[in-house]
Design a protein around this ligand. Structure first.
Ligand code: PMV
Length: 347
């Protein structure tokens, strides 16, 4: 019962890791568990127009980003299709026109791979659901997460909200290396409406792609200890989340961010991904927190931009501080106000 043609659209958010995924085994299996806030404003919207074709010997697709043909992204999609073909058997039976757009500006230094791969995976599972209508919501989300992981590891945390765990962490029977799950433990309401203001310190292309970065964890002198630490931090967060312990949260989250960068500084070859402005922002956040006791903290991706995290109760003061002190360190004064979100949705 394959339809001859049709279209499907999904909007998927980005996410920001609190315990970082850095290092992987084959088949996009993470070397350690991770947990992230799903974001809201930073998102990718993807429409797939599909048309049945006769020749089923190869993949066929066109790709448009913000209306413009994107030849340079095609190899990534080709690899993704090759990886997922055995889970999406109709993939070679269609020509796909993939139209995608991001809510955040071009080359803002914000990676679109998590939201982009999540949106694409959701479109494909949705097509499968047309052919297999009895597919339940849990299976749908898990399959979308499973496929998204094969596109970009962290994308598997971009299907649902608002706090997502990916990776086996004993003794959580339900946790999996294959897909993200909703955080399975009690979470105090203080962590349910967090804000993330993303300071765009450096908007250029990332100096080190995440796949190169993950590979640098092979034969890394501190890898095993780092993976152990991630497990310990997952364990620590359990109590921190349930008690609403903001002080504990800040310690884990900032330490995770700096550890991620420390791993890159101590790999071979080695990299410094922070910029002078990144360090100045971090120092200003520390000074401000010390002076005001306001629970504002930072985390980092594998780049120079800073994610400033704070609870709803600190919103007014935090935004004032960010505007007065931190925005001056952003490239062209650019920053994005985001917050914890509820996951992807069909449009
Ligand atoms: O999903 P990837 O392969 O782009 O890796 C993402 C890695 C970090 O963003 C640095 C950390 C994380 O857990 O998201």
């Amino acid at each position: 019962n394959l339809p001859t043609e049709g279209k499907v659209t999904w909007k998927a958010p980005s996410n920001i890791a609190l315990v970082k995924y850095w290092g992987k085994k084959t088949n996009q299996i993470p070397a350690n568990p991770s947990v992230s806030f799903t974001l809201d404003a930073c998102a990718t919207t993807t429409t797939i127009f599909f048309t049945r074709k006769k020749d089923t010997s190869q993949f066929s697709f066109d790709l448009f980003l913000e209306g413009k043909s994107k030849e340079d992204f095609k190899p990534k999609i080709q690899v993704f299709f090759e990886r997922i073909e055995r889970y999406i058997p109709f993939l070679k039976s269609y020509h796909f026109k993939i139209e995608t757009s991001n809510s955040f500006p071009h080359s803002s230094g914000i990676a679109s791979s998590a939201s982009g791969m999540a949106a694409l995976a959701l479109c494909l599972v949705d097509m499968e659901k047309v052919m297999n209508p009895e597919m339940g919501k849990d299976f749908f989300n898990r399959k979308a997460s499973f496929l998204a992981r094969l596109g970009s590891g962290s994308a598997c945390r971009s299907i649902e909200g608002d706090l997502i765990q990916w990776g086996e962490h004993k003794p959580i029977a339900d946790s999996s290396n294959l897909y993200g799950i909703k955080y399975p433990f009690k979470v105090n309401p203080v962590f349910k409406n967090f804000h993330d203001t993303i300071l765009l310190v450096h908007k250029g292309q990332k100096q080190v792609s995440s796949s190169v970065g993950h590979n640098l964890m092979h034969n890394h002198p501190y890898a095993e200890r780092r993976f152990g630490q991630a497990h310990e931090n997952m364990e620590n967060l359990k109590t921190i989340f349930s008690e609403g312990n903001l002080e504990g949260f800040i310690k884990v989250v900032e330490s995770e961010a700096l550890t991620l960068h420390a791993m890159m500084m101590t790999s071979m070859p080695y990299f410094i991904l922070m910029k002078p402005d990144t360090l100045q922002i971090i120092n200003k956040i520390w000074d401000y927190r010390k002076d005001t006791k306001i629970p504002i903290c930072f985390t980092l991706d594998a780049g120079a931009n800073v994610h400033v995290l704070y609870p709803e109760s600190a919103k007014e003061k935090a935004i004032q501080f960010i505007q007065d002190e931190l925005v001056a360190h952003c490239e062209n004064g650019h920053y994005i106000c985001d917050r914890i979100g509820n996951g992807a949705r069909k449009l």
